[in-house]
Design a protein around this ligand. Structure first.
Ligand code: AMP
Ligand code: ZN
Length: 114
């Protein structure tokens, strides 16, 4: 359920401070410390799963809750237009191996991403 060495499990447990913008039964949402857009919020499941695929397979209710919360964050904290990014795997620049969706909003976003 949780990993004692995981940074985001420590944020869920309140052992490391975070600038939270929401919490639900299944999720915590907090501002990224290195924002890439005016609104850059990470939405994570409370349960420890390394990525969105493993979360969806093991805890589908939490995966859906994460999507619902991402949309709420984009509406309440951003403009409602948003990008939801799951960097998955080292080659996709995943650096924290606790599932997290990046909610990016508040400016025009280019495509394709780098
Ligand atoms: P990723 O590269 O997709 O794994 O994203 C990890 C994100 O976590 C990066 O955008 C970091 O800026 C962010 N991050 C790392 N540590 C913290 C922290 N303590 N609080 C908030 N965001 C963090
Ligand atoms: Zn974790």
């Amino acid at each position: 359920m949780s990993d004692p060495d995981c940074l985001f499990c420590k944020i869920v447990a309140g052992e490391i401070p975070a600038d939270k913008v929401g919490e639900t039964e299944h999720t915590v949402a907090f501002r990224d410390i290195n924002p890439q857009a005016p609104t850059h919020v990470l939405v994570i499941p409370k349960v420890h799963q390394p990525d969105i695929g493993s979360l969806a397979a093991a805890e589908p209710e939490a995966a859906v809750a994460l999507l619902v919360e991402a949309e709420r964050v984009a509406r309440d904290e951003g403009t409602g237009s948003f990008r939801l990014v799951f960097n998955t795997g080292a080659d996709a620049f995943q650096t924290v191996f606790h599932c997290h969706g990046h909610v990016l909003s508040g400016r025009s976003l280019t495509w394709p991403p780098g």
